[in-house]
Write a protein that binds this ligand. Structure first.
Ligand code: CP
Length: 335
């Protein structure tokens, strides 16, 4: 795809070569993300960071990524602090804000809503999560995490066996990540969830049509015992309706050190898009794994910054200009 000026709305817009490009650029961003060096390549540019739904990682890492490139960030957090609370449409909101900023990141509770923002403006729009739809940049940082855990060997992403566990119906990270993984070859997906909250058939069919193996089960052990990656997800309480009865799924699956040691290969990586639900009655991923070397969840969150920096650099056309304004970091940075 042509990155410059593009929107990032769904992983379905990417080819395997696009993924290779994003990972390559993300690697070049690492020194600035850590930060070992600084750059001012986006000095003067402004990001509009519009979050109409709760977020910690996505909002802050998009903001940090833009700041690390030298740009400024303007945030809108929650409907109540925007004029959408007065009935303003997505179209008007997007048109107006695009007169103030150079690029938009939007998180919104309705599936398809970020596309509407993009249709109303000529600046690039990035989907930071649209309801139960997609979360494409989470999928990119997830694939970047697997790539780094696999010795930065792009070819080792082929043939991956992954168990995805939890609320696969409402979990947009699972939707995006599984579709993105299906661009690779000879993959095996094991989707572990109670039948009522299994992954949508449409996504299963897309994966199967791309030639990959798919198993759907409600048995946790089947999803964790013969895989390279265990991808745990939270039961998405905010997306359950009354009929779906969230409380009956709370705490349905828990992975802890004892279960890991008993059933997983010693090299199996544990991932989670976070937030994990650490309430005792939920606890899908126990704290007793926090210091375990194969728990990649905090490396995963760190990876959000270079990946999002890479997207900004690609969409705003400055990949080749990063080093022109490079300088050393003066402040204390822990190792
Ligand atoms: N993974 C993720 O989207 O986290 P936040 O909801 O905190 O942004």
């Amino acid at each position: 795809m042509e990155f410059k000026g593009a929107n990032i709305l769904s992983v379905e817009q990417f080819s395997i070569e696009d993924i290779r490009t994003i990972l390559r650029v993300a690697e070049t961003m690492e020194p600035y993300a850590l930060p070992q060096k600084k750059t001012r390549v986006l000095e003067g540019a402004i990001l509009g960071n519009l979050f109409f739904e709760a977020s910690t990682r996505t909002r802050l890492s998009f903001g940090a990524a833009f700041n690390r490139l030298g740009g400024s960030v303007r945030d809108v957090v929650g409907f109540q602090f925007s004029s959408m609370a007065k009935g303003e449409s997505i179209y008007d909101t997007s048109r107006v804000i695009s007169g103030y900023v150079d690029i938009l990141v939007v998180r919104h509770p309705q599936e398809g809503s970020v596309l509407k923002f993009a249709q109303a403006t000529n600046i690039p729009v990035i989907n930071g999560g649209d309801g139960a739809g997609e979360h494409p940049t989470q999928a990119l940082l997830d694939i970047y995490t697997v790539y780094k855990e696999k010795e930065k060997n792009f070819d080792k992403l082929n043939g991956l066996k992954i168990g995805m566990i939890g609320d696969l119906k409402h979990g947009r990270t699972v939707h995006s990540f599984s579709k993105l993984l299906s661009l690779f070859e000879d993959m095996k997906f094991i989707f572990v969830a109670p039948e009522q909250i299994q992954i949508p058939d449409k996504i299963v069919n897309q994966i199967k049509n791309a030639g990959h193996a798919v198993i759907q089960t409600d048995k946790l052990i089947e999803g964790i015992s013969d895989v390279d990656v265990v991808y745990v997800t939270r039961m998405q309480e905010e997306r359950f309706n009354e009929k779906e009865n969230f409380s009956s799924y709370q705490g349905y699956y828990t992975i802890n050190r004892q279960i890991y040691d008993k059933y997983c290969y010693p090299q199996t990586i544990i991932m989670h898009p976070l937030p994990r639900d650490s309430r005792p009655q939920s606890n899908e991923l126990d704290n007793d794994l926090n210091n375990y070397k194969n728990l990649a969840i905090f490396r995963q969150t760190d990876n959000g910054v270079p990946v999002r920096m890479a997207l900004f650099a690609l969409l705003l056309g400055v990949v080749d200009k990063i080093q022109e304004t490079e300088s050393n970091v003066q402040w204390y940075v822990p190792s």
